[in-house]
Design a protein around this ligand. Sequence first.
Ligand code: FMN
Length: 241
Amino acid sequence: MIELIKSHRSIRAFKESPLTDNQIDLITESGQWAPTSHHVQAYSILVIKDEEKKKQLAALAGNQVYVEKCPVFFVICADFYRLKQASEKHDQPFEVGEQEQVLVGSIDAALVAQNMLLAARAQGLGGVMIGGIRNDPEAISTLLELPQYTFPVMGLCVGYPDQDPDQKPRMPKRAVIHEERYNQEIIGEALEEYDQTISLYYSERTNGKRKDTWTEHMAHHFSTPKRKEVGNHMKKQGFLK
Ligand SMILES: Cc1cc2nc3c(=O)[nH]c(=O)nc-3n(C[C@H](O)[C@H](O)[C@H](O)COP(=O)(O)O)c2cc1C
């Protein structure tokens, strides 16, 4: 298990070979065995094999071709629709308007997705998670007929790998693992080291064409607001009241 976890790389090119129903079942069942807050199981998994639907999802995710080319694309949603039914069944008020429930549904979905990716990898498959499905959550919800009290959290492409990428170096341990207390003093120096590691990694992979550091990349990423529509969509779906 540890070898499997530590050999992770996102896979973005897939062979055409389809997955069997049994392979897909093993992936989705493994997702179901993730722990969930208070046993609420506030998630749903949509299994998408239809070529036309994958094409539309790829476009909505920002033209990410691997969403179309992977044999199976999963959309993992936060889902309180069943919980609404439970409340109605027992004549109870239904309160999901706080930020807390958005976190609960997102965490459940993320744990499910990671279990699914590991279950895929355990079968010799590979995959990549797709946050791009939050580019236009309204369109995704319409396309997939998602009901009230749900929202899409992430996608997951799965298939037989048709590439063998290097692993992306992780931060030095001391930047992310703290003993007994958060050690702010170490961060600046650890980032310096990591910038050099990442710059070398990109340089080697691109024959020197790309040499940017991790902090440069992140500074650019966080210089503009992202996916402003997500909050509006959540409100429309019954959250963040
Ligand atoms: C929630 C989530 C959303 C992601 N969304 C995308 C995406 O839309 N497109 C993509 O190519 N990769 C996506 N990724 C993959 C990350 O870019 C990748 O995990 C990261 O660069 C580290 O590389 P590695 O997974 O190969 O170690 C996503 C990963 C996560 C966890």
